[in-house]
Write a protein that binds this ligand. Structure first.
Ligand SMILES: [Zn+2]
Ligand SMILES: [Zn+2]
Length: 179
């Protein structure tokens, strides 16, 4: 996976893994591969717990009260998970930047990828473009990559559900009024 200037693939991988936490290390590596990550060799068992802890920390960035708090939390993630950028052309993928040392386990790769990718996403598109669905009982996380940057729901389904509910609540109650 290459980090594009908006970090879109990386932040979407974080959203996907957070919303549906992988249950096994096998599932984790399969889903990372499906997202375009080069995962070579067997993934150590410990990488699952490390990744789940990383996602817990990342959800703190999602739930930050404002841009300043979000930046502070993400800066802590960057300090812990990213190192100086370096040019690499492993696996014939063409030259690109890694923000980590070579030969890291998957959890460390994810730590760098998710922290740097989220930083690119927020500074490129806007600090507010990460959140949870506005439907109260739906806590699904979204990364807003829309043109307008006004996403409030995780999906069209939730947007429709909320529109129907708001419509009902503005209509007077049906049936005879009891006295
Ligand atoms: Zn690479
Ligand atoms: Zn939702």
């Amino acid at each position: 996976m290459h980090l594009n200037p908006y970090g879109e693939d990386a932040v979407k991988l974080a959203v996907d893994l957070s919303n549906q936490r992988p249950a096994t290390v096998r599932e984790l590596s399969d889903r990372c591969r499906a997202a375009g990550l080069v995962v070579d060799g067997p993934v150590p068992q410990a990488d699952l717990a490390r990744t789940l802890a990383l996602l817990d920390t990342w959800e703190g960035v999602v739930d930050a009260a404002d841009g300043r708090e979000r930046a502070e939390l993400l800066n802590q993630m960057l300090a812990a998970g990213a190192s100086h950028p370096r040019l690499t052309d492993h696996s014939d993928g063409g030259w690109h930047l890694h923000y980590r040392d070579d030969h890291q386990p998957l959890a460390a790769v994810l730590s760098s990828l998710i922290s740097v990718g989220t930083a690119f996403h927020l500074v490129g598109r806007g600090m507010h473009r990460l959140g949870r669905c506005a439907v109260a009982e739906c806590t699904t996380i979204y990364a807003d990559t829309t043109r307008t940057g006004r996403q409030r729901y995780c999906s069209q389904r939730c947007a429709n559900r909320d529109a129907v509910r708001r419509h009902r609540s503005t209509r007077p109650a049906a049936g005879p009024v009891s006295t």
